[in-house]
Design a protein around this ligand. Structure first.
Ligand code: AMP
Length: 113
């Protein structure tokens, strides 16, 4: 996988407003937030998109989902938040390093666009 802006954030080559990190993942505020809480959660291990995941990624993906809930609560979303993963350019993915959008802090309409 080629380097992306998110690998540069992991390597601390460019700044980010980091709200959580552990040995598996890193979470930072989206630079163009779509809600009062808009955090991106990424794995340190590079995977371009969810559609490329395989059985060997199960533990990492489960870890990300558990941490997404913890981060949403820590950011003040209570029990109402949304996790979005855009997989592929046709779904709106712009950065090809897997990331979970954690959105909250306002009413979230359904269906999304
Ligand atoms: P996606 O369209 O799902 O690939 O989402 C990419 C997200 O990354 C967008 O919401 C951007 O606003 C966000 N983004 C791009 N560059 C940065 C950056 N340097 N720091 C934080 N968020 C970023």
């Amino acid at each position: 996988m080629s380097a992306t802006i998110f690998s540069k954030i992991i390597a601390r080559e460019i700044p980010a407003d980091i709200v959580f990190e552990d040995e598996v993942c890193l979470a930072f505020r989206d630079i163009a937030p779509k809600a009062p809480v808009h955090v991106l959660l990424i794995p340190r291990q590079p995977l371009a998109k969810l559609g490329d995941a395989s059985a060997g990624d199960q533990a990492m993906l489960g870890h990300l989902l558990v941490k997404a809930g913890e981060i949403a609560r820590q950011q003040g979303c209570g029990d109402a938040f949304r996790v979005v993963i855009n997989s592929g350019a046709g779904a709106g993915q712009e950065v090809f390093h897997l990331h979970l959008h954690i959105l909250g802090g306002r009413d979230l309409g359904w269906p999304p666009g």
